[in-house]
Design a protein around this ligand. Structure first.
Ligand code: ATP
Ligand code: MG
Length: 633
């Protein structure tokens, strides 16, 4: 026997609110922002703050229902935590500081400070700390679907990047990483549950290896909706299936230069060039008529040190150098330097330290204690193997508005970089940094690009595409439990910090991503599983009883079969109704008109099809609708 069908709902256009408009808001650029606004789903109330109108809320509820089913099936339990979080919760984790300006803070009447939850690691850890005392109560996986707040620097694209948005967040707690009940087991279940959720939502997506960001932790995957308008760059190896966010993507072995790193004679006498009004690499290249591949790009980071390290080593900086057509990868810089946290150096502070920000060359690192010079492999060459001659480099002149050409590593660092490893530990020692006594290291510190060697399959080349991050799963480890003192007695009566994982889905972003992927020039094309309604019944004559009665009758039968129905009962011209129907994107449109009715039929049209639609006998139309909206979800 099949499961009982849950009755669908029936709504009438005249009794709900669907304020469609021809014009999109001036700030709307992405298809989802434009179409969701024009189709009367969302309305902006402030920067990154949106009303969800009835149609949008129905989509949110459908996405949420799929998320709930999959989370529950994977053994997670739903709960609901406060949005308003006393700032004292962050005393141990210091994320009130790490989150920086992203965190919304408010005061109450007694001058207590609160954060509006950007994600909920702290309150959930606090809850488990007070509620779980024995290893026998673990593992446990708790989730909620709730509004989150982040004061994004650039809220944009409507629901894709809001300041208030809806997230499903889950947190799991374990005594072990491996084995039954361990973190890895739940992580794998969540990976599978997320794959099910996005598949059921009708999205084309890719799971990629990812950086863990300010949440921290050891391993993570992002679920990316495949979409050229996406903000994230994804790299894939076609041979091995490896896929990673550019923030994380490794690069396979790159051939060493034939003359060794830094080896080769200068391309000419060093020349200083006045380059006024050229702040960026591109401006300099245009001005000097050189290719970005002949520029050295130097980026200065400051190591974020603990008070203890600061006392021991003093302030530490890293100068990362990549070729001008490449981008510095912060995660790789951190890993190569062996430090936990870095931040772009404050320009004013850097200038005081002798770095002419905007015009820095590798020479600026020489002779400065506590500065590590990290050079990417393709920047660390003196001889251009492809061209068969000395490498021509342009770099900053270490003074405002000036660059130099014919830079040569060995000649111009005032010392032999090849011998740098053994060079003057007292003056160049970088103490806490991995470089130790070296002040200079060659490493992979750039973002991967299309055509780079795959890190997983010899001979294969990486390919790029773009995506929208809709889900993210992390292995957190003990970061939060240690910071907040969540330790539990194990089976040997030993107190151990609990091991955690966390798992987020952007519910409102998932809705918008679906529109990014599924639309045409006329409007939205919802996959049936998350469409606000499965069927739209368009009545041509709103006051003709044979049409309104048939609409009510069909709606009743469809609802009984589990289909949600919207009846367009407005006193509007057919052209207006058809335009609106295309705009709001309900999967099936039934049109009740005199001609069809005379033939005991209604017009049946799929939103996803370019076909004009066809006449279906009234007796068969319910089955045709059910067939069209099922099998999808
Ligand atoms: P992003 O890199 O896009 O800023 P994030 O990595 O900071 O996102 P997480 O902390 O991983 O986001 O949050 C979990 C999920 O919440 C994300 O995968 C995304 O789907 C969603 N999300 C995060 N920030 C926003 C936002 N400003 N608006 C809408 N959804 C968001
Ligand atoms: Mg993320």
């Amino acid at each position: 026997m099949s499961a009982p069908v849950q009755r669908g709902s029936i709504a009438r256009w005249n009794q709900t609110m669907i304020p469609t408009t021809r014009e999109a808001p001036a700030d709307a650029e992405s298809p989802s922002h434009i179409l969701l606004s024009r189709a009367g789903y969302i309305r902006k109330l402030g920067a990154g703050i949106y009303d969800y109108l009835p149609l949008a809320w129905r989509v949110i509820k459908k996405v949420s229902a799929i998320v709930r089913e999959e989370m529950d099936a994977a053994g997670a339990s739903e709960l609901h935590l406060p949005v308003l979080l006393p700032i004292e919760l962050y005393a141990g984790t210091r994320r009130d500081r790490d989150y920086g300006d992203l965190l919304f803070k408010i005061n109450d009447r007694k001058a207590g400070t609160y954060a509006l939850g950007p994600t909920h690691e702290e309150p959930i850890t606090e809850l488990v700390k007070g509620s779980v005392s024995s290893y026998k109560q673990l593992p446990i996986n708790l989730y909620q679907i709730q509004v989150k707040f982040r004061d994004e620097a650039r809220p944009r694209s409507g629901l894709l990047r809001g300041r208030e948005f809806i997230m499903k967040d889950a947190y799991s707690f374990h005594m072990n990483v491996e084995g039954p009940g361990g973190l890895n087991e739940t992580y794998d279940k969540m990976y599978q549950a997320y794959s099910n959720v996005f598949r059921r939502c009708g999205l084309s997506f890719t799971a990629v290896e990812a950086e863990s960001g300010p949440i921290g932790g050891s391993a993570s995957h992002e679920f990316m909706v495949n979409c050229e308008s996406g903000e994230d760059t994804v790299l894939r190896c076609p041979a091995s299936g490896y896929a990673a966010n550019v923030e994380k993507c490794e690069i396979g072995a790159r051939p060493a230069p034939s003359k060794g790193y830094f080896g080769g004679d200068p391309s000419g006498v060093m020349e200083e060039v006045h380059t006024p009004g050229c702040p960026g690499i591109e401006d300099v290249c245009t001005f000097m008529k050189v290719k970005p591949g002949n520029m050295l790009k130097s980026v200065l980071f400051k190591v974020v040190s603990s008070a203890e390290d600061l006392a021991k080593y003093g302030e530490e900086y890293i100068l990362a150098v990549v070729r001008g057509d490449h981008d510095v990868n912060e995660g790789k810089v951190k890993a190569a330097a062996g430090v936990k946290a870095i931040a772009l150096a404050d320009p004013a502070e850097a200038i005081k330290k002798g770095f002419a920000i905007g015009f820095v060359s590798p020479r600026a690192a020489v002779g400065k204690p506590g500065v590590l010079l990290l050079v990417d492999r393709e920047a660390a060459v003196g001889f251009d193997d492809a061209a068969g001659k000395a490498k021509f480099w342009v770099t900053g002149a270490d003074k405002k508005d000036h660059h130099v050409k014919h830079f040569n590593w060995v000649r111009d660092l005032g010392t032999d970089p090849l011998a740098a490893e053994a060079h003057q530990p007292e003056t160049h020692g970088t103490g806490g940094l991995k470089g130790g006594n070296k002040y200079m290291m060659v490493a992979d510190v750039r973002n991967a690009v299309a055509g780079d060697p795959s890190p997983r399959s010899a001979g294969a080349k990486l390919e790029t595409s773009r995506g929208i991050e809709v889900g993210h799963i992390f292995k957190l480890g003990t970061k939060y439990s240690e910071a907040m003192g969540l330790a539990i007695l194990d089976d040997k009566q030993q107190k151990r910090p609990v091991i955690m994982g966390c798992y987020g889905i952007g519910v409102s972003r998932t809705m918008a991503s679906s529109v990014e992927q599924n639309h045409d020039a006329d409007g939205i094309i919802w996959p049936a599983a998350i469409a606000p309604f499965g069927v739209l019944i368009t009545i041509m004559k709103h006051d003709a009883p044979e049409q309104t009665n048939l609409a009510a009758d069909l709606a009743e039968q469809l609802a009984a079969a589990g289909v949600d129905v919207l009846i367009d009962d407005r006193d509007e011209r057919p052209g207006v109704k058809f335009k609106d129907a295309d705009l709001i994107g309900i999967p099936v449109r039934l049109t009740l008109g005199d001609k069809a009715l005379a033939a005991a039929s209604v017009e049946f049209k799929l939103r996803s099809s370019k076909d004009k639609g066809s006449l279906v006998p009234i007796a068969e139309v319910v089955a045709a609708c059910v067939n069209a909206v099922r099998g999808n979800g």
